[in-house]
Write a protein that binds this ligand. Structure first.
Ligand code: CA
Length: 701
């Protein structure tokens, strides 16, 4: 009754002012239109996933299994950032639009590579402290004559496609402490859709729709319920609140929509995946071993109104960071003799799901990767969770597979209607999960509730080798109808690139080892490769200009695995980031410059003069506040300084100036004074000196 009364009062107030819902801008009639986006890709590539099904399948067939050996570099462009590159380029009307790290946008002549314009949103570098996973961005959306980019610090910016000048700009995130954006916006009939990241901080997940013409917010749908005392926004939130314990809303709840958004013009539904519940350890804020809806789920809304239609939870009682944010692909397949429109999904948790696209009904599911957290799915698609995986209940460490980077993360998969196969970049990565009983939330950094110091990599060569052997990757071709693997290509390390399938019978993928490779889509046989000089994590795309088919990919190693993986992040992957846009065609004649020689890395730590007490304290602080960027056990992955080799190690004053006073905040290294005291900074320094001496002793062994 109370809610009804409030609604009635609101309606009266609106009527009294003579207000009504703001007028929506007319649909685009020139430039990129709804009809063009809905028609799917051909010569152009108009939306992040290639088409509204997000199949990442190019119907172009000039480059084939027969002639791919003649594929050569047509042109390349050096990028002015040295962070991870995760974007898929879009192509319209002869212009290639890419985003780079730090949410910058560049427009190139698609045939020649001539830079037409560039845009820098000047994201404050301090934003990095609330960005879990590097300063990455996954691409623009195109609609009408605009290109839309969402920036790391939470803005949605409309740019003129011809000039790159700003048409409008809106702040979309609720606060400047917990939310960041790395995903690509999507278009749904005059609306620009975007969510945010932040489920490792104190964010309340949502997806929001903005008027493409004005940037006005049209609707916003939260993925987790807020404080019940404030009233629920809708029935879906009221239902979800029954699946949470404790006072979950105080830390936001998580469930952020940081990557997948799929708009289906055929049904008018928008599908998106949600991230983990916050914090990871469900005992840390008493949210309990509950489902915590709608985290770890796929949700479908009416795109026009933002009203709830259905949800399917892939990971109930998540405590492993098994985000469901991986790309959501729609496909028309035949199941048991019936034509069905389905959702295909391979989230972090390692199961491949086929759902009915209209209702969310679970149709089938099976493991596409190694796992030990669950033993299969029941007939409703709910995982049989292993008790050992409930680490906050056992009090024991759980060495989980997959780990938090997932059996498959944001690196896009592709689906070929010609082969009926899905091409998934997969990871075999372990992670130690141990509840920290003494844990308390703080105002800065990761808020996950784990004892990460106790599960970090020891300085033991044999253990390191063992762990390295267990961390691998694979390109898996998966048959979604039979729910079984068709073929796999094993890769020495995890964190390889997204994939592109083409009508020429090819699958393209870059990898952590610095190669860009073409495979036979039917067999997985390698047909061609190109030395990219740097790890490739982004997905390729294809377009045609002047009667010639091109394949384009952003190269540039980085992202969360480089930052947090420590000694394992170098495995199978180069430590160097050389960020470039690479564009190929049959008979291209461009050549990359020779790879510059690596500077000799000085490894000359000062003598250890601290106490074991300081090392213990320093290890704890390092694991909680530093390791997420500077690497597990103080082994840097290459993007950020390797602290074992830092020139400030000999000086307590110099380190304090950085950690406490924020001297390097303009590089992204802000002050941690709210969480780390001067003696803590000194303890971290002694821990780093100890780690440096340990690893120096391993050199040459
Ligand atoms: Ca997450």
């Amino acid at each position: 009754m109370k809610r009804l009364a409030i609604l009635a009062a609101a309606a009266l107030a609106l009527a009294a002012c003579g207000e009504k819902a703001p007028e929506r801008s007319p649909l685009a009639t020139e430039g990129v239109t709804d009809a063009m986006i809905a028609a799917g890709n051909g010569e152009e590539w108009l939306t992040y996933g290639g088409d509204t099904d997000e199949k990442r399948f190019s119907p172009l067939d000039q480059v084939t299994t027969e002639n791919v050996g003649e594929l050569q570099l047509a042109w390349y462009a050096d990028l002015d950032t040295a962070r991870g590159q995760e974007a898929t380029p879009l192509m319209h009307d002869g212009t290639l639009f890419v985003t780079t790290a730090w949410s910058m946008v560049k427009a190139y002549d698609a045939a020649t590579g001539k830079l037409k314009w560039e845009y820098d949103p000047e994201v404050p570098r301090e934003t990095l402290v609330r960005a879990c996973c590097d300063a990455v961005n996954r691409g623009v959306a195109l609609y009408g004559n605009n290109a839309y980019v969402a920036t790391l610090d939470g803005r949605l910016v409309a740019l003129d496609q011809d000039t790159g000048s700003v048409v409008w700009e809106k702040m979309t995130v609720p606060d400047q402490d917990n939310y960041t954006i790395t995903g690509a916006p999507r278009i749904a009939r005059g609306l620009v859709l975007i969510g945010s990241g932040g489920a490792e901080y104190k964010a309340r997940g949502y997806i929001a729709a903005f008027d493409a013409g004005t940037g006005d917010e049209v609707w916003r749908w939260h993925t987790v319920p807020g404080d019940p005392a404030a009233g629920f926004e809708n029935d879906a939130m009221e239902k979800a609140a029954k699946t949470w314990g404790g006072e979950w809303w105080k830390m936001g709840g998580g469930g952020t929509v940081w990557d997948s958004i799929t708009y289906d013009p055929k049904t008018g539904l928008v599908y998106f995946g949600t991230g983990n519940a916050e914090p990871w350890n469900p005992a840390a804020n008493d949210r309990g071993a509950e489902d915590s809806l709608y985290t770890g789920s796929i949700v479908a809304l009416d795109a026009e109104t933002g009203e709830y239609r259905w949800h399917f939870q892939e990971t109930p009682e998540d405590r492993w960071d098994y985000d469901s944010n991986a790309q959501i692909t729609l496909a028309d397949v035949e199941l048991d003799g019936k034509a069905r429109r389905v959702v295909l999904h391979a989230p972090k948790n390692g199961f491949f799901y086929v759902l009915d696209a209209a209702t969310g009904e679970f149709l089938s599911g099976d493991a596409y990767a190694q796992m030990n957290w669950a033993d299969g799915l029941d007939d409703k698609g709910r995982p049989n969770i292993q008790q050992a995986a409930r680490y906050e209940q056992t009090g024991q460490p759980f060495i989980g597979m997959p780990g938090a980077i997932g059996a498959h993360s944001w690196q896009p998969m592709s689906f070929s209607p010609k082969t009926g196969l899905v091409y998934i970049p997969t990871n075999n990565v372990l992670q130690g999960y141990l509840a920290d009983k003494e844990w308390e939330e703080s105002d800065i950094g990761f808020q996950v509730g784990l004892d990460t110091a106790s599960t970090s990599m020891p300085a033991d060569a044999a253990v390191r080798q063992q762990m390295a052997d267990l961390h691998t990757g694979a390109l898996v071709a998966w048959d979604p109808v039979a729910q079984k693997e068709a073929w796999r290509v094993s890769q020495p390390g995890p964190w390889n690139g997204g994939t592109l399938a083409t009508a020429g019978g090819l699958v393209f993928q870059g990898n952590a080892g610095g190669e860009f490779v073409a495979f036979d889509a039917k067999s997985g046989r390698q047909l061609w490769s190109f030395p990219a000089q740097t790890g490739v994590i982004a997905a390729p795309m294809s377009f045609s200009v002047g009667g010639e088919q091109y394949i384009a990919v952003l190269a540039g190693w980085g992202g969360v695995w480089d930052l947090v993986g420590g000694v394992l992040a170098d495995k199978g992957g180069p430590v160097r980031n050389i960020s470039r846009l690479l564009v190929f065609k049959i008979g291209g004649s461009a050549k990359l410059p020779a790879l510059p020689a690596l500077n000799d890395m000085v490894f000359d730590p000062p003598k250890f003069t601290g106490t074991e007490e300081q090392v213990k304290q320093g290890a704890g602080l390092y694991a909680r506040y530093c390791s997420v960027c500077h690497g597990d056990a103080a082994v840097g992955g290459g993007l950020v300084p390797d602290l074992r080799r830092s020139g400030v190690l000999p000086s307590d004053e110099a380190l304090r100036a950085i950690v406490i006073d924020g001297q390097l905040k303009h590089n992204g290294m802000v002050s941690f004074a709210s969480a780390i005291k001067p003696e803590g900074a000194e303890a971290i320094r002694h821990y780093l000196i100890k780690r440096a001496n340990e690893d120096k002793a391993l050199e040459g062994k």
